[in-house]
Structure formats: structure tokens, C-alpha cells
Design a binder for this molecule. Structure first.
Ligand SMILES: NC(=O)c1ccc[n+]([C@@H]2O[C@H](COP(=O)([O-])OP(=O)(O)OC[C@H]3O[C@@H](n4cnc5c(N)ncnc54)[C@H](OP(=O)(O)O)[C@@H]3O)[C@@H](O)[C@H]2O)c1
Length: 271
């Protein structure tokens, strides 16, 4: 049985990975600063803080494969994504890990954005390490786009960079691909993982609005600068790699179908 450590085990990707790894017969160790909710049931969980460097030894004890999903896009990305990755790799080298998998993001070399620059630096650190590694770049998860739209949904007008191009993908499908690569043989760089369709943010927002039965106007909010220009050019997409099959429309339908019974959702009146 492969002993696999998942860092960032409480995150979006980490949460999707844990049951899939278990189903694929991995012995899963979950790590993050706060325990996943299922810890109360039955889970090999280690408290790991990549900034403090605490918990590394216990996290890596007897581990064959590491899937390093811990990240801090809204926090100190240099400390977590760069320095934290360095610390984790050093411990993984000491533990003779057979395959260190690093999920990353499509287009980070061409999109000047500090989080992406830190992800790029982390990829280099991973590739230059003394252990076999696998880097899997994916496009934005559906849930990530939905959370961004949730944050404007209460505004009377939705100001959005409507021309930015996105290829949203189902996190479960990304997790399935990562699990396929979580073997004792590393793959270096895998094919890019993108969703089935490329949409403008304007189109994604319209579908989101229609699914929720809302009527707020979507207005183009041009964000100047090279970052948004890169998104408009389509650098965050990979048209030749459409491994994901779940469309944005299907994902939204599922999200709101499963919320239909929740009182808070029912209470939201169309506006
Ligand atoms: N989201 C997307 O659309 C997307 C798309 C493509 C690729 N990716 C990549 O996929 C990976 C996972 O992304 P995600 O969206 O699943 O991330 P996420 O939901 O933000 O989860 C981040 C995880 O990192 C942990 N973490 C944060 N700071 C930490 C620290 N100091 N020490 C240890 N753990 C820490 C968090 O748990 P605690 O707070 O409990 O520590 C959490 O479990 C990342 O590499 C990301 O770049 C994401």
C-alpha cells in the first residue's frame, strides 16, 4: 500500500483528493494547520505549519508519495508557497520520498501576478530537488470562479472584467488525474489539465446569474494592466487540453440543486 501525504488537506483540492486516494488503496495522511472535519471520525492527520516549519517530521514519517496542495493565495504566498515548499521538499528528500506531486496553474509563466510568480518559483524549486517529482498544471476550478462571483452577487451591479478568458474545470476531475499520477514513478511534467470549454468572464457570470434566477446587470469593468491583458489574451487557458468533461452549466446546476433544500438559499429572492 502506498503511504501518501496530502498537504493542504482541508483545501478544495485536498478535500477532493482524500477519498479518491483512499478508494485507490493509498494509505492517506492528511496535513494542514487545522484538522479536516472528518478527523473526528477516522483519519491519519498531522498538524503541519509550513511557515513555522512545525510537524514536518511526523507528516513525512514513512511516506512514499507527497501531494503538496497547501497554498495561501490570499495570504503570504512567498512564505507558504515558496519558503514552505522549500521546507517541505527538504524534509521529503530526507524521507526519500519516491514521488513529490505539485499541483500548479496553467499560464503562470505568461501572467504577471505575484501569486503566479511564487507558484513559478515553487515549480523551479520542486524540479531542482533531489527527489523524483511530478508537476500537474490545471486551469481554474469551477468552485474558485463561483466564489469570485458569490462575492459580487450582492451588489446592485456586477462590475467584472468580462473579456477575461477562463476554462473552468471540475476539481474532482483534476483530483482523479492527480491520483492516477500518485504512483511510485514520478512523471516530471504531465499534460495540462483544462475544463471542456473556454468562456469569457461575462458569459460565466451570465450563466451563474441565470442559474440563480437573479437579474442584476453585469457591467464591463476594465481592469488596466498586464495581468488582465494576459487573461484577456487567453494565457490562463489550454485549448488543446480539455481533459475535464463537467461543464460550467452542469457544475452550477449541481451546486444549486444540492442547495435547493437549504433555508438560506430558498430565502434569497430573485433581484
Ligand atoms: N483553486 C483553483 O482554481 C486552482 C486551479 C489550479 C491549480 N490550483 C492549485 O491547486 C492547489 C490547491 O489549491 P486549493 O484551491 O485547493 O487551495 P485552498 O482551498 O486555498 O487550500 C489551501 C490549503 O493550504 C493549507 N495551508 C494554508 N497555509 C498553510 C500553512 N502555513 N501551512 C500548512 N498548510 C497551509 C490550508 O489549510 P489550513 O488553513 O488548515 O492550514 C488549506 O488546506 C494549489 O497549489 C493551487 O495553486 C488551484
Amino acid at each position: 500500500m502506498i503511504q501518501t501525504l496530502v498537504t493542504g488537506a482541508t483545501g478544495t483540492l485536498g478535500t477532493a483528493l482524500r477519498p479518491r486516494l483512499t478508494a485507490a488503496d493509498h494509505a492517506v495522511r492528511a496535513a494542514s494547520r487545522s484538522p479536516p472535519e472528518e478527523t473526528r471520525v477516522e483519519l491519519d492527520w498531522v498538524e503541519l505549519d509550513l511557515i513555522e516549519g512545525t510537524g514536518l517530521e511526523s507528516a513525512l514519517d514513512n511516506v512514499d508519495v507527497v501531494i503538496h496542495t497547501a497554498t495561501a493565495p490570499k495570504g503570504d504566498t512567498a512564505a507558504v508557497d515558496v519558503q514552505g515548499t522549500k521546507r517541505l521538499l527538504k524534509a521529503a528528500e530526507a524521507a526519500d520520498v519516491e514521488n513529490f506531486l505539485y499541483p500548479s496553474i496553467v499560464g503562470i509563466d505568461d501572467i504577471p501576478f505575484s501569486y503566479y510568480e511564487h507558484k513559478g518559483t515553487a515549480e523551479t524549486i520542486v524540479e531542482e530537488s533531489n527527489i523524483p517529482t511530478t508537476i500537474v498544471r490545471a486551469t481554474q476550478f469551477h468552485s474558485f470562479i463561483a466564489e469570485l462571483l458569490d462575492s459580487v452577487a450582492k451588489l446592485p451591479l456586477w462590475p467584472l472584467p468580462t473579456n477575461a478568458q477562463i476554462q473552468p474545470v471540475d476539481v474532482g476531475e483534476v483530483a482523479d488525474i492527480i491520483v492516477d499520477h500518485a504512483t511510485l514513478t514520478a512523471s516530471e511534467r504531465t499534460d495540462l489539465v483544462g475544463g471542456p470549454n473556454i468562456h469569457s468572464v461575462g458569459k460565466l457570470a451570465q450563466t451563474y446569474r441565470n442559474t440563480r434566477g437573479l437579474r442584476r446587470p453585469i457591467i464591463r469593468f476594465p481592469i488596466p494592466g498586464k495581468t488582465m491583458a494576459a487573461f484577456r489574451t487567453g494565457y490562463a487557458t489550454c485549448p488543446d487540453n480539455r481533459a475535464g468533461t463537467v461543464t460550467w452549466e452542469e457544475w452550477l446546476a449541481e451546486r444549486y440543486a444540492s442547495r435547493a433544500d437549504e433555508p438560506t438559499t430558498r430565502a434569497q429572492s430573485p433581484t
